[in-house]
Design a protein around this ligand. Structure first.
Ligand code: NCD
Ligand code: ZN
Ligand code: ZN
Length: 430
């Protein structure tokens, strides 16, 4: 063959499904042609770019009983993801270079797909050496799992965003305003919501948009928050997570703590407003906020940590929602695949010459029910049990078929940190 590898079929190129073939060399897309002799043909199935998930918590190092970089990336690739951005609330918290080195060491040995390690700030310390190797900076405006709060007043916020311009790295915010949060008793999803009311999100989102600076708002969860996003300015983006689109505080869970998450699950009206905002572009993208905790930890509602696993089910749930008429196919591809890649990892996310050869093979007729026992996260549970989903049958990462007919054929250590700074003269992708 003219190439290292090639695939053909109904391929998503430039917003359209086209009969074509893609030639791969050194893990990248070398050519797109009508026909390539010897290409692996996927017939009627769709070939889409794989997904970048810009918001996951893989718990490694520090909380590997919940997840580690192998199980996290394994779960991700089964869910059509070829690159994840891992959040800093591990132990040690990621902001110092020694913590970066430790996490990079473990991730590079275990990852089966590509990744980046997002840095945080603690005690007002942001290390440039870490930031340069990180795809983004994460700011926690309010307390959430991991216990780091960056309490910034408007002046400090402006200062930070001005400074970040020089680094060309997105700044991601957990947007809840501690001023409106309470510490009341918490025995149910309703009480959890009472402690983290809509106004906490509304206030934080308002403050962020008002800066007029590029930034990214994580996991928008309320009608009021979504409404404000119509005022976003240049470079301001927002994400929603599947749990806020598919679940509410009235959903039935095997265990109520499976719905305990920050920001909280809210009402059906909030959920519907989030779908509207996703459809009309106020919300730019979907990220999973994959936040696994063990079944034991989720036993007691009051003491249970907040967080829901979802990296494996995000795209499958959303494709089933397309099939069920909730979202247009093209918009789903934009929100799940193209927009996260454009913002955080532009070498992925579209089938175009020069990009990484990361594909997923999808059969839109292959609807299955989500079952916790079929998923690959260490969590071992899902709040989406029994819901419709369309999983990829194959996933390619840099030209390698990591998932083949539903089976894992990759290996630990294949995944690369795409933000590592290599010595001079080396291409960062080589
Ligand atoms: C996340 C976690 O468990 O790390 N929990 C959550 O409820 N979303 C932290 C976070 O994203 O806020
Ligand atoms: Zn968060
Ligand atoms: Zn998170």
């Amino acid at each position: 063959m003219e190439f290292d590898n090639a695939v053909s079929g109904r391929i998503y190129i430039n917003g359209e499904i086209t009969d074509a073939a893609v030639g791969i060399e050194h893990g990248r897309i070398k050519a797109i042609k009508k026909h390539i002799p010897g290409a692996k043909d996927y017939g009627e199935r769709l070939i889409l770019p794989a997904r970048v998930d810009p918001h996951v918590h893989f718990r490694d190092p520090g909380f590997t009983e919940k997840e580690d970089f192998f199980t996290g990336t394994l779960s991700a690739v089964f869910g059509a993801v070829s690159c994840v951005l891992d959040m800093p609330n591990t132990s040690p918290f990621l902001y110092r270079y020694h913590a970066f080195e430790e996490k990079e060491h473990t991730a590079s040995k275990k990852a089966v797909i590509d990744y980046g390690l997002i840095t945080g700030i603690r005690n007002r310390i942001l290390e440039e050496k870490v930031l340069k190797r990180s795809p983004a900076l994460k700011i926690y405006m309010a307390e959430t799992t991991g216990g780091v709060v960056n309490d910034l007043d408007d002046l400090a916020l402006q200062y930070l965003l001005n400074m970040m311009k020089d680094y060309e790295k997105p700044v991601i915010f957990h947007a809840e305003d501690p001023k409106f949060m309470k510490k009341g008793e918490e025995k149910s999803l309703k009480e959890h919501l009472k402690n983290r009311p809509d106004i906490a999100e509304e206030s934080a989102v308002k403050r962020l948009i008002k800066t007029g600076k590029p930034l990214h708002i994580a996991h928008v969860s309320s009608k009021d928050g979504a409404e404000l996003l119509k005022n976003k300015t240049d470079g301001q983006t927002a994400e929603v997570s599947p749990h806020h689109l598919f679940l509410t505080l009235d959903s039935e869970f095997e265990n109520p703590a499976y719905g305990k998450v920050n920001p909280p699950l809210r009402t059906k009206a909030d959920r519907d407003a989030l779908w509207d905002a996703l459809r009309d572009g106020r919300i730019d993208m979907v990220s999973s906020d994959h936040a696994p905790h063990t079944i034991d930890e989720k036993e007691e509602f009051e003491t249970s940590p907040s967080g829901i696993p979802g990296v494996e089910t995000a795209l499958p749930l959303m494709l089933a929602a397309v099939k069920n008429g909730l979202l247009d196919f093209k918009r789903a591809v934009e929100a799940l695949i193209e927009n996260p890649a454009n913002k955080f990892c532009p070498q992925k996310g579209s089938i175009e010459v020069g990009k990484d050869a990361d594909f997923i093979i999808i059969d839109m007729k292959d609807i299955r029910k989500i079952r916790a026992e079929d998923l690959h996260s260490k969590a071992g549970w899902t709040p989406f049990e029994g819901m419709d989903a369309i999983f990829p049958s194959s996933v390619y990462v840099r030209g390698n078929e990591i998932i083949k007919n539903g089976n894992f054929e990759g290996k630990k250590g294949f995944g690369r940190n795409l933000w590592m700074i290599k010595s001079a003269g080396h291409n960062r992708h080589s």
